[in-house]
Design a protein around this ligand. Structure first.
Ligand SMILES: Cc1ncc(COP(=O)(O)O)c(C=O)c1O
Length: 329
């Protein structure tokens, strides 16, 4: 897809590496070669998928003359960390509305946010984050500020263009290596990442199946949400196409039924990748997504492919907030 008409900030060097993991493949004893798209290396705020979305979203905020950004998420939100980092680099004030209790000791993303100087507003578990955002916007407008609200996960059609672009990079990198990627795995939550990947893969590499590993919802609901976002991206691009939820692949058996509650298989995946490749995943998103890819590789379910891809979408700073799970490696 041609994205040249959309303003983008160029926040990090690209393409991010496409890294083959041959020792990991050997450890799993699987037939397909394994590649990892290192979107954890997108620099700002310790990297991650949100920087790709923010490249487009923050360009829009600037072009609208905004002088303060507001976003929302859980206490350990990766999206909030990266939004804060990018805003800070651009000299724009950033407010984070975080759902959950303020912990006695700050760790992981929250520690990062505190050091970088976010203006943090905690909303209790049963509170209404959208209402808190509306109140904050009204208060800032009274002060003649120009706030820009970024929804949860930065999942707007504009933000999803970041994954049209990442997938475009992957396809070009694989072509240069002469490798055929048959399956691609990513963690899917607010759906923008998978939607962007779907749009580009369907256009340029339809043989590569995109597997979303849900981190928070049953497969049927997540497929609907990804299809809806994919169709909004098509509309933004002016492409006369649509997808149905039935066209989307989502696995819901790897997240343990609860968002942000680690699974044993996810934590084992984190240890395995760390101990073989010294690459850190996280217990909320990428560890669970990797546990899904490992399971399917071990069962031979991906053997039709010469190679499989894992989008490393970042998130590893959250691992430090789950220290009790990793005391013995
Ligand atoms: C590390 C990581 N991976 C994947 C995702 C999922 O991306 P999306 O919300 O676009 O589905 C997130 C979202 O917060 C994330 O933080």
């Amino acid at each position: 897809m041609d994205l040249t008409r959309f303003k983008r900030l160029d926040l990090f060097p690209r393409p991010t590496p496409l890294q083959e993991l041959p020792r990991f493949q050997k450890a799993l004893g699987c037939k397909p070669r394994i590649f990892m798209k290192r979107d954890d290396l997108t620099q700002s705020g310790l990297g991650g998928n949100k920087n790709r979305k923010l490249d487009f979203i923050m360009a829009d905020a600037i072009s609208q003359g905004s002088d303060v950004v507001i976003t929302l998420g859980g206490v350990q939100s990766n999206h909030c960390r990266q939004t804060l980092a990018v805003a800070t680099q651009l000299g724009i004030e950033c407010h984070l509305i975080l759902q959950g209790e303020k912990p006695a000791v700050k760790q992981g993303n929250l520690l990062y946010n505190t050091i970088v100087g976010a203006k943090i507003h905690f909303v209790p578990e049963d509170g209404d984050m959208d209402e808190a955002a509306r109140d904050l916007i009204a208060e800032l407008e009274k002060q003649d500020r120009k706030p820009y609200l970024i929804p949860v996960g930065g999942s707007t059609p504009l933000g999803a263009l970041g994954y049209v672009e990442s997938t475009k990079e992957v396809i070009e990198q694989a072509e240069q290596l002469g490798v055929s990627l048959g399956h691609a795995f990513l963690a899917t939550g607010s759906a923008g990442t998978q939607a962007g990947a779907e749009v580009e893969a369907r256009e340029k590499c339809p043989s590569m199946k995109i597997h979303g590993v849900s981190v928070s919802r049953d497969a049927e609901s997540q497929k609907k949400s990804v299809a809806q976002m994919t169709n909004r991206v098509y509309a933004l691009l002016g492409v006369d196409k649509t997808v149905d939820p039935a066209d989307i692949i989502v696995h819901d058996e790897y997240y343990g039924g609860k968002y942000a509650v680690p699974t044993e298989a996810g934590n084992d995946a984190i240890r395995l990748v760390a101990q073989i490749e010294a690459i850190l995943l996280d217990p909320v998103y990428t560890g669970k997504a990797m546990s899904g890819m490992i399971d399917m590789l071990r069962k031979g379910l991906l053997d039709d492919a010469e190679a499989v891809l894992f989008f490393h979408t970042g998130g590893y700073p959250a691992v430090f907030a789950y220290a009790e799970h990793f005391q013995n490696g």
